[in-house]
Design a protein around this ligand. Structure first.
Ligand code: GDD
Ligand code: MN
Length: 415
């Protein structure tokens, strides 16, 4: 049962826009009373079904933080109303951990926004985040604090610098993680390239570095939002080894990979980074990518028919197959992907023009594909993973084809 004392550690969850105030919160407790002036450092722990991890986590966190800054920190657990009642278990532990405050968030979900809700009730000048499942070793906190004391705007625990790593990850898992990072580097080099581990969910930053702008994170990768929207000059990275989970399960699903891509594209098209590409036409892009897939099928079938069945030479068969695939894609894109634009550019001469441009852009894209494939394979991946290199090259060329065709072939003349 939750006692009277611990109920006072239950904070109201903020609602409304996600932005951090430059001034530390004098946040409202669930019982309506304001809290006294705050500590220097606020560490947010987002949780979903982590009840069994709580006790060892809090024990280790406080052991280290008491050593470094006893009485000058607070822990803020933001639980999304977990079915295993993590928030209630945390409240029961507050008599043991007086620096712990708990937010039970209802009606909203997601790791990144949970972290921001935690920062919104935080009272510290330094804000931090750590996973609630002990996969982020608490002892690294001391090094992160050291970096903040030395004047860093942002201190990131990284798996990819000296002293960092992952424990027992399979090759496909490492590939996926690195592939996602490589994709991020290509879409948003100025943000993703600033740290060695942009996927890290274990870091600290100055409140003033993130205060102000409206935050709109998607999915898991809160650090992307911080790097993309914050005012961050000095960054320090500290190596850590990503531990294996002892209790509970990861909440990662395939959805998180889509969210990651969406988040990258949105950061790229938003605000400061580029005024030109205000909104990425995601729906149109998905149609374009689907049409591209149908083109691959046409290409394969024609190659089989001409080369395997009719016995033509491989190059001649491939040229004809590729051209037919481009033709197939044009028909579908003209009639479906860009149907609204086509309606405004009627007549055979306009259609022929679009076809010619589309054809040239696709052929140039083929050349780019070969260059990128070689670049990734030889320079980035050190002569390993040719298929991953090709996959990334194809993804990039699809973006290139889409963008150029949007701007050149199916351009709407503004009046
Ligand atoms: N409040 C809340 N809401 N917390 C959540 C949610 C949610 O919807 N989803 C996950 N969490 C919490 C988990 O309970 C855990 O404490 C933490 O966020 C991380 O979630 P995991 O599901 O354990 O993630 P992971 O270990 O696979 O992924 C981690 O990968 C990175 C390494 O690249 C992320 O947690 C990153 O923080 C980490 O650095
Ligand atoms: Mn985890």
């Amino acid at each position: 049962m939750v006692s009277d004392v611990s109920v006072h550690q239950l904070l109201l969850c903020p609602t409304g826009a996600l932005h951090i105030s430059p001034l530390a919160a004098t946040c409202d407790r669930d019982d309506g009373q304001a809290l006294a002036a705050g500590p220097e450092f606020s560490l947010v722990i987002p949780t979903y079904n982590e009840a069994d991890n709580l006790h060892p986590l809090l024990q280790r966190l406080t052991a280290h933080l008491d050593l470094a800054m006893a009485g000058h920190y607070e822990l803020i657990l933001v639980d999304d109303d977990s079915p295993d009642l993590t928030w209630q278990r945390a409240l029961e532990l507050t008599p043991l951990y007086p620096h712990l405050r708990v937010v039970r968030r209802q009606g909203e979900r997601g790791l990144s926004s949970a972290v921001i809700r935690g920062w919104q009730v935080a009272r510290g000048a330094w804000l931090g985040v750590i996973d609630g499942d002990l996969q982020h070793p608490p002892e690294v906190l001391l090094q992160l604090l050291g970096a903040m004391q030395a004047g860093a705007d942002l201190a990131v625990a990284s798996r990819h610098v000296q002293g960092g790593g992952v424990s027992a990850w399979s090759l496909p898992r490492r590939l996926l993680s690195r592939g996602a990072q490589a994709l991020g580097l290509l879409i948003l080099p100025g943000v993703v390239g600033r740290v060695s581990d942009p996927m890290s969910g274990y870091f600290m930053l100055q409140r003033r570095a993130i205060a102000g702008p409206l935050l709109n994170p998607k999915g898991y990768k809160i650090l992307l939002e911080v790097l993309g929207k914050g005012q961050i000059d000095t960054i320090t990275e500290v190596g850590y080894v990503f531990q294996e989970r002892q209790e509970g399960n990861s909440k990662v699903t395939w959805q998180q990979y889509f969210d990651y891509l969406h988040h990258l594209l949105r950061l790229r098209s938003g605000g400061r980074l580029s005024q030109v590409h205000r909104r990425f036409p995601l729906g149109r892009f998905c149609r374009f990518a689907l049409v591209g897939l149908s083109g691959v099928v046409v290409d394969m079938v024609m190659l089989y028919l001409l080369h395997g069945y009719l016995g033509w030479g491989l190059t001649r068969s491939k040229l004809v197959a590729a051209e037919l695939a481009i033709f197939n894609n044009f028909i579908w894109n003209d009639a479906w992907t860009f149907a609204d634009v086509t309606l405004r550019q009627r007549g055979w001469s306009a259609r022929c023009k679009r076809w010619l441009k589309f054809n040239l852009i696709c052929l140039a894209g083929l050349g780019l594909n070969i260059v990128l494939l070689n670049g990734f394979y030889n320079l980035v991946f050190n002569h390993q993973w040719p298929y991953l290199a090709n996959l990334i090259a194809i993804a990039l060329v699809t973006l290139w084809n889409f963008w150029l065709n949007l701007k050149l072939s199916w351009r709407v003349t503004q009046t």
